[in-house]
Design a protein around this ligand. Sequence first.
Ligand SMILES: Nc1ncnc2c1ncn2[C@@H]1O[C@H](COP(=O)(O)OP(=O)(O)OP(=O)(O)O)[C@@H](O)[C@H]1O
Ligand SMILES: [Mg+2]
Length: 263
Amino acid sequence: MAAWGQGNYYEALRACRATTTEYAMAILEAIQVWKEYGGSGAVQVPALRGVDALVETGEFLAIMGPSGCGKSTLLHVLGGIDQPTSGRVLLDGQELGSLNDTQRSIVRRRRLGFVFQKMNLLPTLSALENVALPLRIDGVARKTAQNQAHEALDRVGLAKRLAHFPHEMSGGEQQRVAIARALVARPAVVLADEPTGALDSANGQSILLLLRECANQGQTVVMVTHDMLMARQADRLLVMHDGQITKTTALLDPLPTPTSLPR
Ligand SMILES: Nc1ncnc2c1ncn2[C@@H]1O[C@H](COP(=O)(O)OP(=O)(O)OP(=O)(O)O)[C@@H](O)[C@H]1O
Ligand SMILES: [Mg+2]
């Protein structure tokens, strides 16, 4: 693939897929996605302007770009949390826009794990209950859900904070609870919006290793970050400016498979 890493990955991958069976179907695809905020009377803000993006199964993709360029909006649209103004988003080849609200929330719950930039933990639930919640909503028995939530919190180094409420935890601990919640159902796709933004470098590295491990085990990870050191551990980097993807770079030195996470 001559064009790999040369900035036109999308076209190159499409061309490859047309001529070989080497590539499985992309797990996530955005086709000419536009997103404008603001309704009648308000000033229209074009947050996404014709984005084409393709994410392969098992890929670890990083997204960078200046504040306000549309990174969170893209992640929300890819995850079916926001609807594009125009264009299509496909998950496993199925257009999210063709699903009704109930179908879309089932897909989100079962196939996607989302780490929000603002964390969105429920203040009246403990760490364990926050993490167990998506499983409980999906009908998993209380004990099983709690066991899985405990395991997920252990993976982010918070086994000793199960009963703590969000206001009893530091910003970094809350962020790790949010990450545990996104991973607890072992979703096919993890969409993480600045998952290390509130963390010190040691905890940030641990979370990055965890996300890398998820990708190495076949989950697909899309991570927004402002930190180039973090982004370099991904397989590929998308750079955004002003609502558009302006650069795509294959990153050649991902971490080796981690065998254990630092605590
Ligand atoms: N709900 C909204 N209503 C109106 N405008 C919005 C809304 N959400 C985002 N925007 C605008 O859309 C643009 C993209 O926002 P977005 O949150 O996607 O940026 P970002 O790249 O994630 O920035 P940051 O790095 O600061 O998190 C910005 O100009 C922002 O002001
Ligand atoms: Mg953002």
